[in-house]
Design a protein around this ligand. Structure first.
Ligand code: MRU
Length: 351
């Protein structure tokens, strides 16, 4: 394992030397590698192949992707510039369908192009500022989610054991994390005994990324396979479940990494509070309920070949949905930067 940096503060997307630097999340934890991204096509590929992943981080990456596309546009005619930028937006929109932050960030960038300048050079400069602002806002938002989550966690026991799924950490955001933001805040406040991390088949974000982040931060972490969660709850090892979100409908139904719904059912069965931690940019107020959320299906190779070796015989068919939808009725509270609220109250927060 290569480690050359202080990993306590993890920033998966950075603007450095006129290009975007991504931590290559497909190589963690075995290798810490940075990838330089200089054009929007490379950014689109990085999002699709999950070099950068996690809803808010995808949003930040897409915002920079829009700028990378914008700066290459040659025309000085504003209308033509906007038309070409809309093409870039369409390409980036086709990378991953579920995390709404991608679409939200692209729309924020397009708004800047539509309204913020009189000439192309000025708009290009504004687009870079906007991408940087989206990134900074997300970092602050995660810290606010952490503080709000600390307030929302059960009062007993004093030191909690929290189960999380996938990776909703610094790696999945501009930094700090949403679900792991709550975990970090609880750890700093002396309210955390331990994290249980689901390994999160098929891509193993829990085993690879959440465990890595916890170890970097000195947070005690126990890795379990996904099918151990029920047993751990029955054994009263888990005091609360905290997960992230990729898209939340206005009624509070929440799409998150495949397996989240099952955890919510289990938590209900064992009377364990189940929290979703997410920024308001993850709420899609245009959708009435979770049945309207597009669910990404990924290459079956993720199932039949988790590493370099195929683990199942030829002859089977595969189904590989990357996300599932947890009904609002199973969610104790949604923790946003504006505080923790019951899922039914989400619509009141529409700007
Ligand atoms: O497929 P991924 O790794 O992008 O999925 C990530 C998740 O499901 C996270 O829980 C979600 O994006 C929230 S990240 C703060």
């Amino acid at each position: 394992m290569t480690q050359s940096t202080n990993f306590v503060d993890v920033y998966p997307v950075q603007w450095r030397d006129d290009q975007v630097i991504l931590i290559d999340q497909t190589r963690l934890p075995l290798e810490y590698t940075e990838v330089a991204i200089a054009d929007y096509e490379a950014m689109g590929h990085a999002i699709k192949s999950m070099v950068v992943r996690g809803a808010p981080a995808i949003g930040v990456a897409a915002a920079y992707g829009m700028y990378l596309g914008a700066r290459r546009i040659q025309t000085t005619e504003l209308r033509e510039f906007v038309a070409q930028l809309e093409f870039v937006a369409d390409q980036l929109r086709q990378t991953r369908p579920t995390a709404v932050n991608l679409f939200w960030a692209i729309d924020q960038m397009l708004n800047v192009a539509y309204h913020s300048g009189e000439n192309v050079e000025q708009v290009k400069a504004n687009l870079l500022s906007q991408a940087q602002q989206i990134q900074l806002d997300d970092l602050r938002t995660c810290q606010a989610i952490g503080a709000a989550g600390l307030e929302a966690l059960p009062r007993e026991p004093q030191q909690l054991t929290i189960l999380t799924h996938c990776n909703a950490g610094a790696l999945a955001t501009a930094g700090y994390g949403t679900a792991i933001g709550v975990i970090r805040a609880a750890w700093s406040a002396g309210r955390l005994a331990r994290v249980y991390a689901d390994e999160t088949r098929p891509r193993l974000q829990g085993a690879k990324l959440t465990v890595w982040e916890c170890v970097q931060a000195g947070i005690p972490v126990t890795l379990i396979t996904d099918n151990m969660a029920a047993h751990c709850m029955q054994q009263q090892r888990i005091d609360a479940v905290v997960v992230g979100a990729d898209r939340i409908a206005r009624n509070g139904d929440t799409a998150n990494k495949i397996g989240t719904y099952g955890l919510a059912v289990l938590a209900k069965m064992h009377a364990i509070p189940f929290f979703v931690a997410a920024p308001l940019s993850t709420v899609d107020f245009a959708l009435d309920d979770g049945s309207q959320i597009p669910i990404e299906e990924r290459d079956p190779v993720e199932i039949y070949q988790p590493g370099s070796i195929r683990i199942t015989p030829e002859g089977a068919e595969f189904y590989n949905p990357a996300f599932d939808v947890t009904p609002a009725s199973l969610i104790t509270a949604i923790i946003t930067e504006q505080g923790a609220i019951a899922p039914g109250q989400l619509a009141d927060l529409e700007a």
